[in-house]
Design a protein around this ligand. Structure first.
Ligand code: NDP
Ligand code: PYC
Length: 331
């Protein structure tokens, strides 16, 4: 596999310019380029430049409006709603997250529902935004049917990610961000592209048989992580991101999608909690003692630590050469 060395400014410019030449205005292009660059910076390769061809397909088919202006509304004291008006998710988050943080810091708890958006990125940017402001963050979104619920061999759930971040003043937050499938679809597609195998139990081929071939799983179904327990969390994500926001469940998303290969229309829920208002005590010292005990166990590291370590490296990143060529041709 040949790779190309790009620094973070070059990654940003590549993403930004490709969005501009495919119909985005400056605000939308910047929001998207920022999310893509942060993914590559942190080593989240399946949700960085890898997503650009899909973003371009959605712009070219007219499914996503690259000039959309999301609108924000305070529905109740504690409920904030952003209508993305057909945008990619990052610009809707830029509009809604500061309001969510302000409301949660005032009331102790607040929820942000985002509708009429197209989410194709990682979710840690949402929850880390809150943790960086002293808040606990929880975010989830649904996708299109990719995962067979426990007991079935038919795809029904999306890969339905969930992210949680806990603030640690003076440290990077604890933050996990995970698909509720055994593997994110993006990582499965990259494994297929790079000719790798995946562990047995990742998914089934189109005849319902177990396989280690990622291309066969991509044509079949992924399985939830952890059997029926992961399946229950994928169900919760559908209900929070689709049922609670009033947006599409994964099966509705595919029924109403134009099949262009870009992200479908959907919803996202982001919940913010203030530990200083809710605990009322010295939550920082208490939680830090917990972290110390936990990381004192041999073999344990905190979720998010790998990304935060990658983030310290300001040098160039190695990007798949064929992917860079494909993106250059899309500009
Ligand atoms: P991973 O399985 O790679 O990682 C899941 C989480 O576990 C991460 O927070 C990771 O932290 C943590 N982790 C991994 N190994 C350890 C360890 N040994 N000890 C402690 N923590 C650990 O993620 P997925 O493949 O499930 O998801 C990848 C991305 O795909 C996510 O960013 C997700 O948001 C995105 N996605 C987006 C979708 C969408 O619709 N927009 C759909 C599905 C997925 P660390 O990063 O530090 O390794
Ligand atoms: O990797 O499963 C995935 C995914 C779906 C939508 C965006 N990423």
């Amino acid at each position: 596999m040949s790779t190309v060395s790009l620094d973070l400014d070059e990654i940003y410019a590549l993403a930004h310019d490709t969005m501009i030449s495919n119909g985005c205005d400056e605000a939308n292009a910047c929001a998207l380029a920022d999310i893509v660059t942060r993914a590559e910076r942190d080593g989240s390769h399946s949700h960085g430049l890898f997503r650009i061809p899909g973003y371009v397909k959605a712009l070219r088919s007219g499914k996503v409006d690259g000039k959309a202006k999301p609108s924000v509304q305070r529905k109740t004291a504690a409920v904030v709603h952003v209508n993305g008006n057909g945008c990619f998710a990052p610009i809707a988050q830029e509009v809604g997250l500061p309001v969510l943080a302000e409301v949660a810091s005032e009331l102790g708890v607040a929820a942000l529902s985002l509708t009429n958006i197209h989410h194709f990125a990682a979710l840690w940017p949402e929850t880390e935004f809150l943790a960086d402001r002293g808040l606990v963050g929880i975010a989830c979104t649904a996708y299109m049917p990719t995962v067979a619920p426990a007991g079935s061999k038919e795809k029904f759930f999306g890969t339905n990610p969930i992210s949680f971040a806990w603030p640690r003043p003076g440290h990077t937050p604890v933050c996990y961000d995970m698909a509720t499938s055994s593997m994110a679809l993006g990582d499965l597609q990259i494994a297929a592209r790079d000719g790798k195998t995946v562990p047995l139990g990742t998914g089934l081929d189109s005849d319902g048989n177990e396989t280690t071939d990622p291309a066969k799983i991509a044509a079949g179904v992924l399985l939830p992580f952890g059997g029926y327990k992961g399946s229950a969390i994928a169900l919760m994500v559908e209900l929070l991101a689709g049922g609670l926001t009033g947006e599409q469940f994964s099966y509705e998303a595919v029924e109403n999608d134009n099949g262009d290969g870009g992200p479908p229309r959907g919803g996202e829920i982001v919940i913010a909690l203030s530990p200083s208002l809710i605990s009322g005590g010295d939550w920082e010292t208490h939680a830090e003692a917990f972290m110390e005990r936990l990381t004192g166990l041999e073999g344990v590291r905190l979720p998010g630590a790998r990304r935060h370590q990658n983030r310290l490296d300001t040098g160039p990143r190695s990007i798949n050469g064929a992917l860079v060529e494909t993106i250059m041709e899309l500009r």
